[in-house]
Write a protein that binds this ligand. Structure first.
Ligand SMILES: Cc1cc2nc3c(=O)[nH]c(=O)nc-3n(C[C@H](O)[C@H](O)[C@H](O)COP(=O)(O)OP(=O)(O)OC[C@H]3O[C@@H](n4cnc5c(N)ncnc54)[C@H](O)[C@@H]3O)c2cc1C
Length: 537
């Protein structure tokens, strides 16, 4: 089931048009776009399988994704997201639409359903909050407004620095007006109903920050992304990398795994290749780092001058997103027998998202401020053929890196009894949260495995085990150095730090970086791809 060719089996050339470091959604999308423009691209991935957070793993007759529970918009054939996925996979990637209720928010015992479709969403919210109809209308208009003004802001990131100096204010002004405000601030200007605010921000786990800490632009991007409902890749999330790899191969490119990159080779201020951890040097006309912009500056670029490495000087303005644990569960029964309705469950003990996060962070409360429960096997129409009579569940919760830090030097699966005890106690707490909502599952769980921030560090190379790259605070959106073209020539960045977290964010980043590399003429098909079309479906 692994995607990509392992380094020891691969035959590597000495020269490529482009080397992409990291095979997550951002790296693969960039590689596919460049390949379609005729370039020979080498993708180098540290892990044993390609895909980054879209990869899957198997144990004991089960398979789990690690970072894809649902993706918005792709069921609408003319949406930008769908057209881009079709482009990078040559139409091979298929989608399965989730049922109309895609997210269910629990504030204590009270449940609130998110229903697919803007009108349906508004009607359901008004049924919960009849006095707030105006605020709900205004809210949906506002999240759509962010989407309308976002293209200039993100396109600016592709410009050469000299042109950005001229156009920055014009292109980013409208977006930044909203991005600089917190989610809570904007919502509070529409309603005084704190329960409504808590419900409308019930997906905050999708971008990692509660309402008072997150940028409204980030909130609006996610809320709008899912407004028409959720979808799941047919065959599971590894289908994403599996369907994109052949597109890269068509132009002579390769996706190579077990190929960690140590540094980007820079000569006379220009990137000219990479040095691998195994000591091999490979040359290319251009290098794209898709491992996260802050990670790129910390790990791959030796220069510490302010111009070549702005991150070192701006570290105080951005921080890594929260780290998490995920409980992977296997059950020997299919989802229908178990009574799953496939909606993702967001479980909160009450409406105070910010207060609960704060209490958890400063240790005054041990209760998880958020528990997210998802049913991946039930979302995949191919699952029953591949794994008959079985089901999977995933439960995600925040967990400070510091809890696990004492074992960071120890090897995976050899971290000792104390570490395993900590994992067992977290597993019990997460299972309790599951049984509270789905008591029929008691006694049915066949297999569990808990990942920790050290797993994220080990398998995805995020040094604090962070879930979404850099935090999506208002300050993040003001960082001009988070761009596709850094000052080092022939070096480019892509992935979730460039646009936003989320598979869609990383995918868009891949297209934007490719536009920056190809220029407006060769990049025209991509510019057209990113322009919204009137829906015909
Ligand atoms: C638990 C969880 C749930 C999520 N759920 C959803 C969801 O439901 N919907 C959604 O849209 N998004 C979701 N996301 C977010 C989404 O998965 C990510 O934002 C997105 O996939 C990031 O893509 P990327 O290409 O930027 O980075 P990554 O996927 O992190 O890819 C970076 C790659 O670079 C590799 N790498 C790092 N260092 C090196 C090196 N030195 N040499 C070679 N390779 C290297 C890494 O191994 C990795 O494969 C979730 C994320 C998590 C963690």
């Amino acid at each position: 089931m692994n995607v990509g060719t392992a380094w020891h089996r691969a035959s590597i050339d000495d020269q490529y048009d482009c080397i992409v470091v990291g095979s997550g959604m951002g790296g693969l999308a960039t590689a596919a776009c460049l390949s379609k423009a005729g370039q020979k691209v080498l993708v180098l991935e540290k892990h044993y399988t390609a895909g980054g957070f879209t990869h899957t793993f198997q144990r004991k007759g089960y398979e789990w994704d690690v970072g894809v529970h649902y993706i918005g918009e792709v069921h609408r054939k003319h949406s930008v997201m769908r057209r881009v996925f079709d482009y990078v996979s040559d139409g091979a990637l298929q989608w399965s639409e989730m049922p109309p209720v895609y997210d269910r928010i629990y504030l204590g015992p009270d449940a609130y359903d998110y229903v697919a479709g803007p009108q349906q969403f508004k009607e359901r919210m008004v049924s919960y909050f009849p006095k707030e109809e105006r605020a709900i209308e205004q809210y949906v208009d506002m999240i759509r407004q962010v989407s309308r003004v976002s293209s200039g802001y993100f396109m600016e990131k592709t410009l050469p620095i000299w042109l950005s100096k001229i156009l920055y204010n014009k292109l980013t002004r409208d977006y930044l007006k909203l991005a600089k405000r917190s989610t809570y601030d904007v919502l509070r200007s529409m309603t005084q109903d704190e329960t409504l605010i808590a419900v409308l921000t019930g997906q905050w786990g999708d971008y990692g920050l509660p309402p008072k800490a997150s940028s409204f632009a980030m909130h609006a991007t996610v809320a709008k992304h899912f407004l028409a409902g959720g979808n799941y890749p047919v065959g599971g999330s590894s289908s994403i990398a599996r369907t994109i790899e052949p597109v890269i191969q068509k132009s002579g490119g390769q996706v190579i795994t077990n190929a960690g990159v140590e540094k980007v080779l820079i000569k006379d201020g220009r990137a000219c290749g990479v040095l691998l951890e195994n000591g091999r040097e490979i040359r290319a006309k251009r290098v794209v780092s898709a491992i996260g912009i802050s990670n790129s500056y910390s790990n791959l670029i030796e220069s510490k001058s302010q111009e070549d490495n702005p991150y070192t000087y701006k570290e105080d303005c951005v921080s890594p997103s929260f780290s998490h644990v995920c409980l992977y569960i296997g059950i020997k029964a299919n989802g229908a027998e178990l009574g799953f309705d496939n909606a993702n469950l967001w479980v909160y003990r009450d409406r105070d998202h910010d207060g609960n996060v704060q209490a958890f962070k400063n240790g005054t409360s041990k209760e998880f401020p958020i528990v997210y429960i998802s049913f991946p096997s039930s979302k995949d129409p191919d699952w029953e053929t591949n794994y008959p009579g079985r089901s999977t569940i995933e439960i995600v919760a925040p967990a400070p890196y510091e809890w696990f830090e004492p074992w960071k030097e120890k090897n995976w699966q050899k971290r000792g009894a104390e570490y395993n005890e900590l994992k067992s106690s977290i597993t019990e707490r997460l299972l309790d949260a599951l049984y509270e909502k789905l008591p029929q599952l008691k006694g049915k769980v066949d297999y569990t495995e808990l990942s920790t921030p050290l797993s994220t560090e080990h398998f995805c190379s995020y040094s604090r085990g962070e879930i979404y790259g850099l935090d999506h605070t208002p300050e993040r959106f003001e960082q001009r150095w988070l761009r596709a073209r850094p000052s080092i020539k022939n070096l480019y960045f892509t992935g979730q730090d460039l646009v936003t977290c989320g598979v869609g964010g990383a995918l868009s980043a891949g297209v934007l970086t490719s536009i920056a590399m190809l220029g407006p003429r060769k990049g025209m098909p991509l510019l057209q791809l990113m322009s919204p079309q009137k829906s015909k479906s």
